[in-house]
Design a protein around this ligand. Structure first.
Ligand code: PLP
Length: 355
């Protein structure tokens, strides 16, 4: 094989990559922060209606326009500040692809590992500040100081996997102190959170918000994400950075229909938030576990030496959660996506009865 290509492929093969969850038949899948509370029939019906009406011989044109019209209403932000992508993963990738070589990113850990892995692909060095193990708070001063030496900042808000969202003042202060840096604010879980920064950033030159239809909207399989930014960035992203037709017509049509039913989505969000609080109160009383308050649709637990037995019991019930194991000083970490009342009850019974 060509020498440079072989070298490049060998190097790429050593990079960290996303480990796809194992497919288990009839599993109760609560490992990927999908929305299991929103009934499946809603998106199934939208998919059938869309498939019947769409001419797949044609590129997605009017479906994209219709989607932007509905999206601007939902966000209450003009579409000139919005740009769509094939999942927010793809938008992250594209943004990292334009920053150029030998750049550095500052973020905190634990956070969304996809971003950290993708930095490796684009030769971006990652400077990570550890969140406080007690309450997942951020040492703001240290973060800003480190960030001043890099050009890209990634803040996941609310954060995956810890679930917390820093208070608004903290994020505003970080933004105010890093005016000439590209700040990526990942709001994948914002519907479950305390606030969004979307209204504050459309006049700023350097902040891009990422959003997704994979979480609250229950459309992870449709692969739709979007960004919110200033008009110039959104425009260049759409015209030059993004490919001409990043999302297929059926997915766009399903998402438009879902946006028209955002009241159903918001009802599911409220149910999830209520269940999250209920579950948190139960787990927080278990002395051998450490659970963190969450502003997302999942709960992050440090199970310590109870980790293996919890996973064993969950597996007996075919319940799949995200298994992290040890993350730095945090021992036996797992993440549970809030499911239906029945699922959560099953989970809490297992957790409460662990010896
Ligand atoms: C913080 C965060 N950002 C982005 C994504 C990716 O979302 P999408 O499905 O839109 O690619 C995820 C998915 O888990 C996530 O947790």
């Amino acid at each position: 094989m060509n020498d440079w290509l072989e070298k490049r492929l060998t190097k790429l093969s050593t990079f960290e990559s996303y480990k796809k969850p194992e497919k288990i038949v009839k599993a109760i899948k609560l490992d990927s922060n999908e929305n299991k509370v929103l009934g499946k029939s809603l998106s199934t019906n939208f998919a059938i209606q869309s498939a019947k009406n769409i001419d797949l011989r044609e590129y997605p044109m009017e479906h994209l326009d219709l989607f932007y019209d509905k999206l601007q209403k939902y966000c209450n932000i003009d579409k000139k500040y919005l740009a769509v992508g094939n999942g927010s993963d793809q938008i992250i990738d594209l943004i990292l692809s334009i920053v150029g070589k030998n750049q550095e990113m500052t973020t905190f850990v634990p956070t969304f590992t996809y971003v950290i892995n993708r930095c490796q692909l684009y030769d971006i060095k990652v400077n990570a500040i550890f969140l406080d193990i007690k309450d997942n708070s951020l040492n703001k001063k240290k973060f800003i100081k480190t960030a001043k030496n890099s050009n890209i900042i990634y803040i996941c808000s609310p954060n995956n996997p810890t679930g917390n969202q820093f208070d608004e003042e903290t994020v505003k202060e970080i933004i105010d102190n890093l005016k000439n840096k590209l700040i990526i604010l990942d709001e994948a879980y914002v519907e479950f959170g305390k606030y969004s920064m979307s209204k504050n950033i459309i006049d700023l030159e350097n902040v891009v918000i990422l959003r997704t239809f994979s979480k609250a909207f229950g459309l992870a399989g449709a692969r739709i994400g979007y960004l919110i930014s200033n008009e110039k960035f959104a425009n260049i992203f759409k015209k030059t950075i993004q490919s001409p037709y990043p999302v297929n017509s059926i997915s766009l049509s399903i998402a438009s229909k879902m946006l028209a039913k955002s009241n159903c989505v918001m009802k599911a969000v409220e149910d999830i938030k209520r269940e999250r609080e209920r579950l948190f109160k139960k787990i927080v009383d278990i002395k051998s576990l450490k659970v963190y308050e969450s502003n997302a649709n999942f709960i992050f637990i440090q199970a310590g030496n109870k980790y293996d037995s919890i996973l064993k019991e969950l597996k007996k019930e075919r319940m799949i959660v995200k298994e992290f194991g040890n993350i730095g000083q945090r021992k036996g970490c797992l993440r549970y996506t809030i499911g239906t009342k029945e699922m959560n009850k099953k989970f809490s019974i297992i957790i409460e009865n662990i010896k």
